[in-house]
Design a protein around this ligand. Structure first.
Ligand code: NAG
Ligand code: NAG
Ligand code: NAG
Ligand code: NAG
Ligand code: NAG
Length: 560
């Protein structure tokens, strides 16, 4: 080392000592592996770090998904309390499922970075903040939420990856939703590139029948254009895997190893740690972090640091006591022992190439088209706001529970009046996307309500919906003028795919005027009442519950 650079090194070491800040190096993906800046292989030695939100069990929430969340990375007291325990576990990654972009994360993020711990941040949120698996769409409200979260975290050096979804698809008959996940990956990737962010783009999948799990993985990392472009491809595919139970043998992974043997992107277990055969020994870490699995996988995230109760059992490793101290369980100690013993190989080297193969073809277990939905365009949806002669104007700002039923009702009425909901419909199987299909659910609902109002010749009684709709005097004076104004809004949108920008915070200009910010369910198509009920989005516990059953019954294909 020459004198000048030695001086720089000494100075930066001194700065690091005085400020307590030790930067972590950027992790990059080459081919199917992750690498540190020095070229050595990077493995995700992780633990899930998310307190469980409250769960309101109901028939519309069969997976026990939460309807609230606490942002663990905005709780500086909690992070300070937990950091020594994360360090005892020896983890280098935590996964956080739900964060609030309006809060400050400086304290937790810098403490974690100082301890050499990266984060995997899920961009989706409970209830209305996720791609709705029952009625999937990739819409302005979700894109804006994703961008706001990226903006809140982009200043930190220790964001390894952003997940664009968790377990959105849970059955072969819903794989058409993958088109929306891939579009989310495309737009998230483009936005990160526009900010020069090195963070990776990931997705976490429920474990399932290889008939659709394997095409899902391949689809999310393929290039539909056939030009070896990574523009729509994930960097990091997560599999929530609970096959190992108690003291299993590495052969339990034979099927998944075979299924992912030729995969082109980095893959890891985005959740693991089955509670169905207690005690958890975590001996799967020895298998996962050694050859031959290290040829295929880049580690995993043990589920879960915090208590996480599900129908399958209790997944937590620690208890937070009322005096804010931490008690650890045998689970914690067993994982600590296993993580302390792993020594994954530092190979292959970073000299590989990154390729983006052709996409899987559609068949009866793989429904997604390679014609992706457009980039959600805030300006188009904001422009529409002034065009509705009858508009959704809910008496409450919390509209996530009413938008879905109202869309069903309004599309049904519109269908009976000779109209249809095609303009707001999105079909990830045929690749047919209505020109307003990317708008937030409230804007879609206003569109349908207005269409019905126009179809009944602006009959005042058509503009009520039980007090959820009101006449707008400022709108164009007749239905032809409304249609012309709406066409002009759509035409102003320009090309279908573009690099998104941060949403405007000015009211009315971010695709979010007074009717926005609500969700719960996307639109239904063709004017049929297709049961697009207020759906809940994806969440971790789905995988825990369903996958645990999957593995306990050893290969019983509950998702087929
Ligand atoms: C559909 O194609 C995938 C490969 O993309 C294959 O794994 C799956 O078995 C096929 N499904 C059927 C029913 O043939
Ligand atoms: C979800 O609903 C809340 C209000 O209940 C709203 O503030 C928020 O913006 C919505 N999120 C999305 C992504 O639509
Ligand atoms: C929104 O309304 C739903 C259903 O009425 C309710 O369960 C939920 O707690 C409400 N959310 C908020 C943030 O008030
Ligand atoms: C609005 O629509 C919801 C859902 O259909 C309905 O329950 C409610 O009664 C309507 N009216 C008002 C004033 O909320
Ligand atoms: C889709 O498949 C799941 C499980 O395989 C099943 O429970 C559900 O009824 C199916 N849905 C439809 C619409 O066929």
């Amino acid at each position: 080392m020459r004198a000048a650079s030695r001086l720089v090194a000494l100075l930066s070491a001194a700065v690091a000592l005085t400020t307590g800040v030790v930067a972590v190096s950027t992790v990059t993906r080459t081919g199917r592996y992750l690498y540190n800046a020095d070229g050595s292989r990077f493995y995700i030695k992780g633990v899930a770090y998310q307190p469980q939100g409250s769960v309101t069990a109901s028939s519309s929430n069969p997976f026990g998904e939460p309807d609230s969340f606490t942002d663990p990375l905005a709780d500086s007291t909690g992070c300070t309390r937990d950091l020594p325990f994360l360090q005892q576990l020896g983890v280098n990654v935590i996964r956080a499922y739900s964060v609030d972009s309006t809060l400050n994360h400086d304290s937790c993020m810098s403490a974690l970075s100082g301890a050499g711990i990266y984060t995997i941040i899920d961009l989706s949120l409970p209830v209305n903040g996720s791609i709705d698996r029952a009625s999937p769409a990739w819409s302005t409200n979700l894109l804006d939420q994703y961008i706001n979260t990226i903006d809140a975290f982009s200043k930190y050096d220790n964001v390894l990856a952003y997940n664009v979804g968790n377990e959105v698809i849970t059955a072969a008959n819903a794989t058409n939703a993958a088109a929306f996940i891939k579009a989310a990956a495309r737009d998230t990737k483009a936005y990160l590139a526009s900010k020069n962010s090195p963070a990776l783009v990931g997705y976490a999948a429920i474990d399932a029948d290889d008939d659709w799990l394997v095409p899902l993985a391949n689809y999310l990392s393929c290039d539909p254009s056939g030009g070896n472009s990574g523009a729509t491809s994930l960097d990091l595919f997560g599999l929530n895997n609970y096959e190992w139970c108690g003291n299993s043998q590495p052969s339990v992974y034979n099927d998944k190893n075979g299924a992912f043997a030729g995969y082109n992107a980095a893959a890891y277990f985005s959740e693991y740690g089955n509670v169905a055969c207690p005690p958890r020994l975590w001996t799967e870490a020895a298998a996962l972090f050694s050859s031959p699995m290290t040829d295929i996988w880049s580690g995993g995230v043990a589920f879960s640091y915090f208590p996480a109760q599900s129908a399958a059992g209790q997944f937590g490793m620690v208890t937070i006591n009322s005096d804010n101290t931490v008690s650890v369980s045998d689970d914690f100690n067993n994982l600590k022992t296993q993580y302390g013993q792993i020594s994954p190989p530092n190979s292959p080297s970073a000299s590989g190439t990154t390729t983006f193969p052709a996409c899987p073809t559609q068949n009866s277990t793989w429904l997604a088209t390679t014609t992706l939905p457009p980039t959600p365009n805030d300006a188009v949806c904001a422009c529409l706001q002034g065009t509705f002669a009858c508009e959704f104007s809910p008496p409450t700002s919390n509209t996530s529970a009413i938008v879905g039923p109202l869309l069903d009702t309004a599309c049904g009425l519109l269908g009976q009046s000779g109209g249809n909901c095609d303009a707001i419909a999105a079909d990830g199987s045929t690749g047919t996307y209505g020109p307003l299909s990317f708008c937030d659910p409230s804007t879609k609902l206003s569109y349908v309500i207005d269409q019905y109002y126009e179809a009944t010749n602006r009959n005042a009684q058509s503009c009520s919906f039980g007090g959820n709709a009101t006449v707008q005097q400022s709108a164009p004076s007749n239905s032809a003028a409304v249609a012309a104004a709406q066409s002009s809004c759509v035409a102003s949108g320009g090309s279908a795919t573009f690099v998104p920008s941060a949403p405007s915070t000015t009211a009315g200009s971010g695709g979010s005027s007074q009717t926005s910010g609500a969700s719960g369910s996307g639109g239904n198509s063709g004017g049929q009442n297709n049961g697009a009920l207020g759906g809940f989005g994806e969440h971790a516990m789905v995988g825990v519950i369903v996958s645990a059953l999957f593995s306990v019954f050893g290969g019983l294909l509950v998702f087929a």
